[in-house]
Design a protein around this ligand. Sequence first.
Ligand SMILES: *[C@@H]1O[C@H](CO)[C@@H](O)[C@H](O)[C@H]1NC(C)=O
Ligand SMILES: *[C@@H]1O[C@H](CO)[C@@H](O)[C@H](O)[C@H]1NC(C)=O
Length: 506
Amino acid sequence: YLPQQESPFPISLLSSSWCCSCSGGSTLTGRSSVTHYKQYPPNTTKVYSYFECREKKTESSKSWKVKYDTTVFYGLQYILHKYLKGKVVTLAKIQEAKEVYREHFQDDVFNEKGWKYILEKYDGHLPIEIKAVPEGSVIPRGNVLFTVESTDPECYWLTNWVETILVQVWYPITVATNSREQKKILARYLLETSGNLDKLEYKLHDFGYRGVSSQETAGIGASAHLVNFKGTDTVAGIGVIKKYYGTKDPVPGYSVPAAEHSTITAWGKDHERDAFEHIVRQFPKVPVSIVSDSYDIFNACEKIWGEDLRSLIELRSADAPLIIRPDSGDPLDTVLKVLEILGKKFTTTENCKGYKVLPPYLRVIQGDGVDINTLQNIVEGMKKHRWSVENVSFGSGGALLQKLTRDLLSCCFKCSFVVTNGLGLNVFKDPVADPNKRSKKGRLSLHRTSTGDFQTLEEGKGDLEKYGPDLLRTVFRNGLITKTYTFDEVRDNAKIRNCDVEEFVN
Ligand SMILES: *[C@@H]1O[C@H](CO)[C@@H](O)[C@H](O)[C@H]1NC(C)=O
Ligand SMILES: *[C@@H]1O[C@H](CO)[C@@H](O)[C@H](O)[C@H]1NC(C)=O
């Protein structure tokens, strides 16, 4: 499956870089790369830049508990297809940009000549080459993930002009990475408390649709979570995956019928029991999740589920369980208390690892207050109280898709090589006040040594025997996408390995 449709919203020439680049700041208005073409050394004919998630060498004080030593590379393919491929420069866009920038900068600084050159010589296709690691690759921080270079000496300035749109890949990378770290936590506890990894992919459900900033964020973020899991209510992610990656399955993510507070409270405070019964009867053959904290989660578990409706629930099967959903209170305390009550009202059994499990027709999903740190606390607390993680799952929303910034993984784009007057020059920055911000030099390649370690080298500097071939592949050249990955390949590249689970089990 190769997504070949025209970019629906081709990049506007108005979306230019507002971040640092080779040339440093513009004296005009901060750091818009609209004006950078005038700032490179005269006779520059090539600019080469790279993207990495920088290693944190010095620990920040308010650091997350999780270190995020590796990152999942995901989402560049979406950006290339949606914004960069094909004819993205037109006369109308040049005209519009020229007028807006004249007002914006109060000067004629827009590179009209440069854009017209691209329009005429390349029919509006961008003369740049992008090389990237395969989508889904799990790469240690501090390594090159993709490189960008101009392919026409006249268009040296284009490399850092596309920086802004390309660096937005920080978001799918960060969502996929954070979600994968949560998968590692769940895998560790699932294995310890049940002896297998069955249904791991359904243990962390995406509840984030309403908590994200836009439809586009929902689509990209949800697709990034689906790199690791298969449960989602953010259906926008399914569209993104089908359109820009493709899967062998009809859909890459699944869900179950679920109650929300309105469908319970609309029955009135004295009729929660009737609401529960009605909804359970509506969905006899599929799993059904029922939010049970509208008034008193503990009473709901003990009296309504545990007594009034108990015989109705006992008729359900392992394929169509009732999933009780607490939605308030301290996540760990609530989960433990709910399990304790349900354990007393319904029978529990002990699995092969000696942990308690609820009967097959009953499960619990905790979807409130779940982020990577509380998740760790809850599963650790369950383990301490001898509950298996196998019959509990989690939902996460804002923390999964929105409560993340580019700083979490220090994603950045830096110039490392230029050609001026025919001479190649390795360039870098090394700010005296922050050694973490030192950048790499030269043209770069990424290698996996025979011991399995990843290493970024200056291109051509590595002995092929020792370092193996360059893992960076050309994915974009002069307006054409030259390599794509299916979502199945992405998932396979990002899958949890034995060592990811073992590193916890000790
Ligand atoms: C740029 O190239 C031209 C033509 O080769 C040369 O005459 C000029 O000195 C160069 N400028 C600089 C600043 O190197
Ligand atoms: C627990 O969950 C697993 C995985 O969803 C399921 O196959 C199994 O039947 C459940 N076991 C019990 C005892 O509920």
